[in-house]
Design a protein around this ligand. Structure first.
Ligand code: FA5
Length: 340
């Protein structure tokens, strides 16, 4: 009986050593350990054996079963490792094939247009400045001729950052006007692109977080002619054609006189959805810098004059690419972003 067990062990181990596939391993399992297998047959015959042989055969068969199952497991691991090695360095590896293309991100449309705006103004001799997004109430309002309790504060619903109302999320890029005046000696010309915040319910043309580009020129005898000339020159470069503009009176406490500048709709000649059939599109607030603002910035209003403007970058990007809803910009939808 022991001899029969030894024979079974030798033949099972020989087949396992020669196995080259998972099927070979399953066949050994079936032929030796499975219900119809040799070991099961042997165990079934135990009751008919001589009583003294029964424990020897029973124990031996169970031990052999355990050893065969362990060897199957071991061989399975070895075969899998060999297969991975073969795939890595085997015959079907073609080192001349091009590598899988890496997926590349793209710049956000706001970044693309902001860079374009910056390079146009830089080509006109402007310096690009930055300013803090969390701003002192002083720079965002007071120094811009908007004292506390001034009704103009209601034009921009503000996120305050502290109980005393000293710190705000800036509602406009205009505070950088004051910071620029404090730092630079006239004459100078600067633009300041940046993120601004207002407590507004988002819709297709409004966001609580959006972007503006501020412009400020301080020099001698600055006039409204300089202001409209610069903005026209900028728009010509941006849209690569002459764009008619018009000035309407507009109220901003930090400019006097103040205007809203509208541009001729670049998309139509007879009215369209973008210009709401008016043929004009509101482009920015602007005007001649108020003497009180120059003084607040440490510049003598008797000697120097200036103009300032501020436009919404998001709305410019919408115009540029024909985007109908400004909420796409912050929505994080890759299907939108991948188009740029
Ligand atoms: C201002 O913020 C002034 N600081 C502009 C200015 C600068 C006037 C210098 C005079 C001199 P206004 O609140 O109109 O103005 O905003 C300017 C532009 O920001 C608007 O023309 C519009 O394009 C954009 N804008 C305003 N509110 C939103 C909003 N909620 N979402 C997106 N864009 C907005």
């Amino acid at each position: 009986m022991e001899e029969r067990l030894n024979q079974l062990r030798a033949s099972a181990m020989e087949r396992l050593a020669a196995a080259t596939s998972p099927e070979d391993l399953r066949a050994v399992d079936r032929d030796f350990v499975g219900k119809q297998g040799s070991l099961s047959e042997l165990l079934a015959s135990v009751p008919s054996l001589d009583p003294k042989d029964r424990p020897i055969v029973g124990k031996g068969a169970n031990l052999l079963k355990r050893d065969i199952l362990a060897e199957i497991d071991k061989r399975k691991g070895e075969l899998e490792a060999a297969e991975i090695d073969a795939q890595r360095s085997g015959s079907d590896f073609d080192g001349t094939l091009p590598a899988a293309a890496a997926t590349r991100g793209s710049l956000h449309p706001l970044t693309l247009v902001r860079r374009e705006v910056e390079s146009i103004f830089v080509s006109m001799g402007y310096e690009v400045l930055d300013g803090p997004e969390v701003e002192l109430d002083y720079y965002n309002f007071q120094a811009l001729n908007i004292p506390a309790d001034h009704p103009a504060r209601e034009m921009q619903d503000t996120f305050y950052c502290d109980r005393e109302g000293k710190l705000v999320m800036r509602t406009q890029t205009s505070p950088v006007q004051i910071r620029a005046m404090e730092r630079l000696k006239p004459p100078f010309r600067v633009i300041c692109p940046g993120r601004v915040f207002r407590n507004e319910e988002p819709d297709a043309t409004h966001e609580h977080t959006f972007h503006q580009v501020e412009g400020l020129v301080v020099g001698e005898d600055i006039t409204v002619g300089h202001l409209s000339g610069v903005l026209k020159g900028f728009l010509r470069q941006l849209f690569q054609k002459d764009i008619e503009v018009r000035l309407r009176p507009g109220y901003f406490p930090f400019v006097e006189p103040g205007f809203e500048l509208d541009v001729r709709c670049p998309f139509c000649t007879e009215g369209c959805r973008t210009c709401k059939n008016t043929r004009w599109i509101e482009f920015c607030g602007c005007g001649i810098v108020h003497p009180k603002v120059l003084s607040a910035g440490g510049i003598d209003p008797e000697s120097w004059t200036g103009f300032a403007f501020g436009f919404g970058l998001d709305r410019l990007v919408m115009l540029r690419y024909g985007i109908d809803d400004l909420r796409h910009f912050m929505g994080g939808d890759l299907r939108f972003l991948e188009q740029f």
